[in-house]
Ligand binder design. Structure first.
Ligand SMILES: C[S@@+](CC[C@H](N)C(=O)[O-])C[C@H]1O[C@@H](n2cnc3c(N)ncnc32)[C@H](O)[C@@H]1O
Length: 189
């Protein structure tokens, strides 16, 4: 239940100083895996209602077991979906640590990575298939002023260059890691 993603650091800091916490905030996590980010958000932000998606039924099953283990009850709900839930909702926060490894790099990764499903890591030739689709569709799912936090790791410079029309904030991470972007709905449209 310890997120390996540097997004864990942002959760502990309640997404401060970027996110103006509202009274009944909602969040969507895309690509939840075992649910560590979604559940950690519910544990750290006591009023937050969290929905989370994954394309893997096996992952959703593990995430549902983890919800029971961590007693966050109905505040965290999982959906089998291709990135965004079918039912269009609006969220104050969208969080994602999507797959972003370019396919050619996958075989060169250390052995530990090959213990994970390939679909959790690889996302097309340039690693950006999911990233691209999330950036395109996030505005439809964000409330006015809503924020997207997304980890893109070592491909952050490619993302920054490819979407040079978008003014991303690249977050300084105190506890290590790289390539976590912050962007608002208004900056995406
Ligand atoms: C890098 S893992 C992140 C898992 C977890 N959120 C974490 O940070 O440890 C990426 C996750 O995205 C899921 N995924 C890949 N493609 C997806 C898609 N098109 N729609 C939804 N989830 C997807 C994978 O099944 C995997 O669980």
């Amino acid at each position: 239940m310890v997120p390996r993603s540097p997004i864990g650091e942002l959760i502990v800091k309640r997404f401060q100083p970027w996110w103006p916490e509202t009274e009944n905030p909602t969040a969507l996590e895309i690509g939840t895996g075992g649910g560590c980010i979604a559940i950690s958000m519910a544990l750290n932000l006591e009023n937050l209602d969290v929905e989370a998606t994954d394309i893997s039924l096996d992952a959703i099953k593990v995430a549902e077991e983890n919800v029971l283990l961590h007693s966050v009850g109905s505040r965290v709900r999982f959906y089998l979906a291709d990135l965004f839930p079918e039912k269009k909702g609006k969220y104050d926060l969208i969080i994602s640590n999507p797959p972003y490894v370019p396919s050619a790099i996958y075989n060169m990764l250390p052995e530990e990575y090959h213990c994970e499903p390939e679909g959790a890591l690889v996302s097309g030739e340039d690693g950006m298939d999911c990233v691209r689709r999330i950036l395109e569709r996030a505005p439809d799912y964000l409330t006015d002023g809503g924020l997207l936090f997304m980890e893109v790791g070592e491909i952050w410079e490619v993302v920054d260059k490819t979407f040079s029309n978008i003014d991303f904030t690249w977050i300084d991470l105190e506890f290590g890691g790289e390539g976590v972007l912050l962007v608002s709905r208004e900056q995406l449209i």
